[in-house]
Design a protein around this ligand. Structure first.
Ligand code: SAM
Ligand code: SF4
Length: 348
């Protein structure tokens, strides 16, 4: 029988759209959501110690043999692209602390069918490689920046690296790479930074995105999240009453805004409130090779074991389809019975 284009468990959708007729594949979960975005965490290690992500002493780092090798990751990425993944984001931990990350990114960027390669970084080691990132065709980078005050940066990350991060932002902009600045909003830590960060959008073409704090600090404890997206927006509106809602891109996890006269834009990500699960198009692979079909689940498939058992592409594909065909409806369902790890061990 002729193979259909839609890699969906169960019934296939007919008739085929023009893209399907052109041979493109679509990966659809059991709730009808298209999955076309992979977030791949290449390490759990990091050169910062952001207190919302991990304790000061760090976490129990994975032994090298527990990490997926670059070859294993390339094989799985190639397979997932054939199944319908179009965009891959490299994350961690801090991607640039893993040895030989640039040759890996180079190989990844060559995978046939990949439409977008992007990454999330803390920016400490990134500035010198920005020209290479540009050459690889990376068009957009997410840079974590919770404050532009050096003392508060130290208090949050436990490292004095703000100048390096700002240099990375500068280099990215000089090379024409889109910059999204990610700021986790935390009571008593950086709420005074909300307006100074928004002010950056006046002269810089950056998108500043405020993220609700999630319970992934690696300590097993969590304080109440009292800065939700409503409160963050209200705080911005007090300073900028003429801020305007703009159209959110398809699959966007942020509510997006623009202040008249500003070059950049502002986004708010309701990561804890989880208002975007209905259109979630993403899956994750952790540094140790676990597939997560939701940020809040415990990992639903050990891909690394399948690969190291010598399973065929067909077997791995079947296991992936099965996992994606049994996806939780939303983060609240996925969270049941799940343990909250450090975000560095998940790949935020
Ligand atoms: N090290 C890189 C960085 O910081 O950009 C990439 C990995 S980091 C885990 C990815 C993103 O997760 C960062 O933007 C960070 O701010 C966010 N993050 C980490 N812990 C978080 C938490 N508890 N709540 C919300 N966002 C968090
Ligand atoms: Fe490191 Fe990123 Fe976690 Fe900060 S948020 S400790 S930079 S992995």
């Amino acid at each position: 029988m002729k193979e259909k284009n839609i890699t969906k468990p169960g019934n296939y959708v007919t008739p085929p759209s023009p893209r399907e007729r052109a041979g493109e594949r679509f990966l659809i979960d059991n709730h009808g959501r298209k999955i076309n975005y992979l977030r791949l965490a290449v390490t759990d290690r990091c050169n910062l110690r952001c207190f919302y992500c991990m304790p000061e002493e760090g976490i129990d780092w994975l032994a090298r043999k527990e990490l997926m090798t670059y070859e294993e990751m390339l094989r799985i990425c190639a397979l997932l692209i054939k199944m319908g993944i179009e965009k891959i984001r490299i994350t961690g931990g801090e991607p640039f602390v893993r040895k030989d990350i640039m040759p890996f990114l180079t190989e990844l960027s060559k995978l046939s069918g990949l439409k977008e390669l992007t990454l999330t970084t803390n920016g400490v080691l990134t500035a010198p490689v920005v020209p290479e990132l540009k050459k690889l065709g990376i068009r957009s980078v997410n840079l974590s920046l919770d404050t532009i005050d050096r003392n508060r940066f130290f208090a949050i990350t436990r490292r004095d690296e703000l100048p390096q991060v700002l240099e990375t932002m500068d280099q990215l902009l000089r090379h024409g790479i889109d910059v999204k600045l990610n700021a986790v909003v935390m009571e008593g830590k950086n709420t005074d930074d909300i307006i100074p960060l928004v002010d950056l959008t006046k002269d810089l073409p950056v998108s500043v995105r405020f993220i609700e704090e999630m319970p992934f600090n690696g300590t097993g404890t969590y304080h109440p999240m009292n800065w939700d997206y409503v409160r963050i927006l209200q705080t911005i509106k007090e300073q900028y009453p003429d801020i305007q809602k703009i159209t959110d891109p398809q699959y966007s996890t942020s509510y997006n805004y623009h202040i008249p006269g500003h070059k950049g834009s502002v986004g708010i990500i309701a990561a804890y409130t989880r208002s975007f699960c209905g259109t979630c198009n993403r899956i994750r692979i952790t540094p140790q090779g676990m597939l997560k079909t939701c940020l809040y689940d415990n990992g639903v498939l050990n891909i690394k074991d399948l690969v190291r058992e010598g399973r065929s592409d067909q077997d791995v594909q079947t296991a992936l389809l099965n996992a994606i065909g049994n996806r939780a409806k939303d983060g609240f369902e996925a969270e049941k019975n799940s343990v909250h790890e450090s975000m560095a061990a998940i790949g935020g």
